[in-house]
Ligand binder design. Structure first.
Ligand code: GTP
Ligand code: MG
Length: 312
């Protein structure tokens, strides 16, 4: 049994259990989310994304400090983390560990995007975010690495996206331009203590100025290790929330996110149903093995049988 009441009271243990259940695709997890759903819809989800080693985790640890300092509870979802978190700090950072380790206002969860049965990473991220929302996290930080399609998919689960880049990654910035930079609401140049930060910031500012639609993303410089520029970033992220709410983008993004989750649930349910073992399916597999039928005709037969009508 999933302890709904305990999750609503913010129990990290019960929330973690439910997220594990949801990751495994257990129907009990879905039942629990039905009960929790009316208690969700309040959290502000912020994607923090960028190339490996850009300092995202260090920055997220600092953001936790800044948000907690403003009395906000924080959830963190780290997708494919290479350095583990503990209680609001990167493992190994003793001072910050002491600061957040016992803080009940911080909930952290890691998640692997590869090798997961029955569903894309988008659904897992969205469901974990819903659980954190229900347990009372006011802000949810979603850390993802890279510059590929997966990150754009995860960014679709966030209400706002901060794209982190660092000086000295010429080629990666080029690669990021296409996808990630387009979805950024805020550009962060981290490791601003290193040479080339100003040039990178200028390049991003000109990129922002060239955007065809929507507000131009601000460019902020940070030194996460020294906690510099982080307070300004927190202010910008919170101000952004107000701006998104005021001009209707928040409502549109929430709606798109809900629709994205629904699509993923339907796909998963349909896939299960389509491939549920049956004598007909076994027969078809046998026919396919003998090349008595081609895969296209076989696929049409499965879909037609399950959906109750021929497929076009
Ligand atoms: N010089 C400098 N180093 C930094 C800064 N921020 C982070 N680092 C260092 O950069 C390294 C990577 O930091 P992480 O926070 O683990 O980076 P990440 O982007 O989360 O890395 P992945 O999760 O592996 O993609 C660590 O050694 C940090 O101490 C910064 O502002 N300046
Ligand atoms: Mg990291």
């Amino acid at each position: 049994m999933v302890a709904i009441e305990k999750i609503l009271q913010g129990s990290p243990l019960d929330a973690a259990r439910l997220i594990t259940l949801l990751e495994s695709g257990d129907p009990a997890g879905r039942q629990a989310l039905k009960a929790l759903y009316p208690h969700t819809g309040r959290a502000y989800r912020i994607g923090v994304t960028g190339p490996a080693g850009a300092g995202k985790s260090t920055l997220v640890s600092r953001l936790i400090g800044g948000l907690r300092g403003r009395g906000l509870t924080v959830g963190v979802l780290a997708v494919d983390p290479s350095s583990p978190y503990s209680g609001g700090a990167l493992l190994g950072d003793r001072i910050r560990m002491q600061a957040h380790a016992a803080d009940p206002g911080v909930f952290i969860r890691s998640m692997a995007s590869r090798g997961r049965p029955g569903g894309g990473i988008g659904r897992n991220v969205r469901e974990a975010a819903l659980v954190m929302d229900a347990m009372g996290c006011a802000v949810i930080l979603i850390e993802t690495v890279g510059a590929g399609q997966g990150e754009v998919e995860i960014a679709g689960c966030a209400h706002a996206t901060a794209v982190v880049s660092v000086p000295g990654l010429g080629d990666e910035i080029q690669a990021m331009k296409a996808g990630l930079l387009e979805i950024a609401d805020i550009y962060v140049v981290n490791k601003a203590d290193l040479p080339g930060a100003e040039e990178l910031a200028a390049m991003l500012a000109s990129l922002a100025a060239g955007r065809r639609s929507g507000p131009k993303p601000p460019v902020l410089l940070t030194v996460a290790t020294a906690n510099q520029g982080v307070d300004r970033l927190v202010e910008e992220l919170l101000a952004l929330r107000g701006a998104l709410e005021a001009d209707g983008r928040m409502a549109a993004r929430r709606a798109a996110d809900e629709w994205g989750l629904l699509r993923e649930i339907v796909m998963e349910m349909a896939a299960r149903r389509l491939f549920a073992e049956s004598p007909g399916l076994a027969r078809l597999r046998e026919e396919l093995g003998r090349r008595a039928v081609d895969p296209y005709t076989a696929a049409e037969r499965i879909v037609a049988a399950v959906m109750g009508r021929p497929w076009d």
